[in-house]
Every structure is written in structure tokens, then in C-alpha cells.
Design a binder for this molecule. Structure first.
Ligand SMILES: *[C@@H]1O[C@H](CO)[C@@H](O)[C@H](O)[C@H]1NC(C)=O
Ligand SMILES: *[C@@H]1O[C@H](CO)[C@@H](O)[C@H](O)[C@H]1NC(C)=O
Ligand SMILES: CC(=O)N[C@H]1CO[C@H](CO)[C@@H](O)[C@@H]1O
Length: 388
């Protein structure tokens, strides 16, 4: 009798433990299933469980982004490119962000997209814009970046009233910073990132006017194959695209070097590659740099608003490096590692550049239609899907 009376409570306690564990197990499984289902159907906003520690805001929700950007209103738009529009946003805690809303139809699945984003988020360097978060919502894919208040290099460099704020020492630091950022992208051992759309509007300036490359890895995140050297989807901007990339879709670190060369020439001259108001009678910034450099007349190429602050040795050297970068043959162009040494050590002697003729003469003024095409492409990124 006594034994039985004691056994009953033990029995109940045991039973309740079993029931408790069983239900915990089932609930857990259900929850995992839900998360998995959400992931596969692509309808979830990213949540804490699905992200790792490289992102500053791992769990941002689509609703918050809509709120932050006034539902992607035009007044919040900062710019656009081949991969979609960029909006300024302000989170509830007051943090300012830049939101890239990728164009629909990247063909990439949710898991692939997420994996690419997490890989890109691991790339951190002081000359790269920081990726803070990402969000997937239905067929929307969004990337959240740090917001840089001083906007992009082109907004200062090509603005008649603001360009004088960029004196030569500042410009030289910008050139070196971009080269270091590009070196990091090209030579990071795990991921070799080819930017494919390097240009003045993709260089953002922080509060100290230090440059940060934006939009890197976008081609990977968007799902354009970076393993292959040849693509049928050309992404880039006229005026910055190397001949082999624009014509045949062949890209490599050397096509980025070409774009870097054009950018360098723009920074020294203060004029846009695609500008109609190019100096004198030259058909392109490359032709103008070549001709003036060859004649030893580089001071006519240098932006008149920096002649007072510039060191002729440094500007001549930069123009020379720019001309090496824009040579027609990719093999003749230096690697970014050499470019960084050339810029940082003025004693290293530079090889003579070969005249680049392809794009230097391609938009020669006689043909109005061709010129219009180039001018209207202007500062826009383009995505050309070539027929096969
Ligand atoms: C945002 O705008 C879209 C149309 O552009 C509209 O369908 C949607 O309801 C809007 N959302 C909010 C929260 O205002
Ligand atoms: C190109 O730049 C000009 C100012 O330089 C700007 O007004 C225009 O909106 C830009 N176009 C595009 C497509 O970004
Ligand atoms: C040149 C320029 O616009 N500089 C600004 C960069 O951003 C900081 C912080 O917002 C401003 O104080 C500078 O005036």
C-alpha cells in the first residue's frame, strides 16, 4: 500500500517529462520546417537564424526598408545603374543607409543569392563601401550599404563650383585609395572579384574625402557568372569599358585595369570620359592624354583648377600610368599590384605606353550618330545582352 502510494507521483512526474520533451522536439522540428519552407519559397525577409556575423544588421525586414525609404520614393533615389536603383533610407534609430534594389530577373535562387551576399560581406577594406545587410522579399532582392554623406566622386570632380575642393594632394590620395581597394578585390586569396563597372560615380567619398569603391561583387550577387572569362551579359559603362569587354564580353582583372586608367585620367583632367566639352579637338580623353603626353605638354591636360596645387612629377606619372592602363592589349596593361607600386614609389621607372587606338578613335566626331550614342550613354550603366 505504502509503496504504491509513493510510486504514483513518480509515475506522473516521469510522464510529464516525457510529454514535455516530446512536444519540445515536435515544436522545434515544425519551426525548422517553417524556416526551411520560407527559405525555399523565397518569401521570407531574412531573419536572425539565417544570417551570420559579418553583417551589421542581420535581421532587417522588408517593412522596415519600405518605411526607411518612403516606399522607394523618387525623392529618396540616389542613383541608378545596370543592376538597379539606389535609395537613401533612414532607419527608426536614425541610422542612414543606402539601399540597392536589384532589378528583377536575376535568375538566381534565394540560397545562391544569400551565399553570395555572405561571401561579399566578408570583404572588408577601408577603401570599400561596407555591406550592412540584405533582404529578400518575394521577388525583391535588396542590399543595404553604409550611407556616405559626401556622395560620389563624380558629383564633386565634374562640378564647376565644387571641383576646386579637390586639390591635387587630395586627388592623388583618392587615386591611391581606389588602387588599394581594387588590389584587395583582385588579389584576396579566397575570392577574386572583378568589379566590371568601375567609374567615378561608383567611387563614394567619406567625411574625410577618402574614397570607397561601391557596387563591387554586384555581378556575383546578381548571378552573372564570374567563373567564366566570357559572358553574354555585358555589364558596364561606355567610356570605361575595355575594347575586349565591350566587343566580345571578355572580362578579366585587366578590364578593370582599363576602367581604372580612364578614371585616373578623369581625376587628373577633371573632365568626363564621355563629355562633349573635351579639351581642344580630341575625340576622347584617351586621345587627348596620349597626344599631350607624347608632346611633353601634360600641363594642358591637367585640370586648370588644380595647377596651383599640383606636383608636375606626380601628374605626369599619373597620366603615364593611365596610358599604360588603357592600352588596347590586355596583356600590355599592368596588374593593379604594379599600379600600386608605381603610385607609391616614384623611383620605379615605367615602361613606355603603346598608343591605344581602339576607343581613342572610335567615337571620332565625323559620324554624328555614333557620337550621339556615346553621349547619350553618358554616365549610365548599361546591361547589354548580346545575341549568340
Ligand atoms: C508601396 O508602393 C507600391 C506601388 O509602388 C504599393 O503597391 C504599395 O502598397 C506601397 N506600400 C506602402 C506600404 O505604402
Ligand atoms: C548624368 O549626370 C547628370 C549630371 O552630370 C545628371 O543630371 C543625370 O541625371 C545623370 N544621368 C544618369 C542617367 O545618371
Ligand atoms: C566637401 C564636403 O562636402 N565635405 C563634407 C563631407 O561630409 C562631412 C560630414 O557630413 C561634412 O562636414 C563636409 O562638409
Amino acid at each position: 500500500m505504502i509503496v504504491q502510494a509513493n510510486a504514483i507521483p513518480y509515475f506522473y512526474v516521469l510522464c510529464s517529462f516525457i510529454i514535455m520533451f516530446a512536444s519540445m522536439f515536435l515544436i522545434g522540428k515544425q519551426r525548422n520546417k517553417k524556416i526551411w519552407k520560407k527559405l525555399m519559397s523565397g518569401t521570407s525577409s531574412t531573419s536572425v537564424e539565417l544570417c551570420d556575423g559579418n553583417l551589421k544588421y542581420p535581421s532587417i525586414r522588408f517593412k522596415e526598408i519600405v518605411l526607411a525609404t518612403n516606399n522607394f520614393s523618387n525623392s529618396n533615389k540616389l542613383g541608378h545603374g545596370g543592376f538597379g536603383n539606389v535609395y537613401k533610407g533612414t532607419l527608426e534609430d536614425g541610422t542612414e543607409i543606402a539601399v540597392k534594389r536589384l532589378r528583377k530577373g536575376s535568375g538566381q535562387g534565394v540560397l545562391e543569392f544569400r551565399n553570395e551576399v555572405l561571401l561579399i560581406a566578408k570583404l572588408q577594406h577601408k577603401n570599400l563601401v561596407r555591406l550592412l545587410s540584405f533582404c529578400i522579399h518575394g521577388d525583391e532582392k535588396l542590399l543595404i550599404y553604409e550611407y556616405l554623406p559626401n556622395k560620389s566622386l563624380d558629383a564633386m570632380l565634374f562640378d564647376a563650383t565644387r571641383k576646386s575642393m579637390l586639390n591635387w594632394p587630395i586627388r592623388f590620395e583618392i587615386i591611391k585609395g581606389v588602387a588599394r581597394g581594387l588590389l584587395y578585390l583582385h588579389q584576396d586569396s579566397r575570392l577574386k572579384i572583378i568589379h566590371r563597372d568601375l567609374k567615378a560615380s561608383n567611387i563614394l567619398l567619406d567625411a574625410e574625402i577618402s574614397p570607397k569603391i561601391s557596387d563591387f561583387g554586384i555581378a556575383r550577387i546578381f548571378g552573372v557568372d564570374q567563373q567564366q572569362e566570357n559572358t553574354n551579359r555585358v555589364v558596364g559603362t561606355y567610356g570605361y569599358m575595355s575594347p575586349e569587354y565591350a566587343l566580345n564580353g571578355v572580362f578579366s582583372v585587366k578590364s578593370d585595369v582599363y576602367s581604372f586608367g580612364v578614371l585616373l585620367l578623369e581625376i587628373v583632367s577633371g573632365s568626363k570620359t564621355s563629355s562633349v566639352h573635351l579639351k581642344a579637338d580630341f575625340p576622347s580623353i584617351i586621345a587627348s592624354a596620349w597626344s599631350l603626353w607624347k608632346d611633353g605638354n601634360t600641363k594642358d591636360f591637367v585640370d586648370s583648377s588644380i595647377v596651383g596645387s599640383c606636383s608636375p612629377d606626380e601628374t605626369i606619372r599619373c597620366i603615364h600610368i593611365g596610358l599604360l592602363c588603357v592600352q588596347d592589349s590586355p596583356n600590355a596593361r599592368p596588374l593593379v599590384s604594379s599600379i600600386v607600386s608605381f603610385l607609391e614609389n616614384g623611383d620605379i621607372s615605367l615602361p613606355p605606353p603603346k598608343e591605344s587606338v581602339y576607343f581613342a578613335e572610335n567615337n571620332n566626331g565625323n559620324d554624328g550618330a555614333a557620337e550621339n550614342t556615346v553621349n547619350s550613354a553618358n554616365n549610365m550603366s548599361i546591361t547589354v545582352v548580346e545575341g549568340r
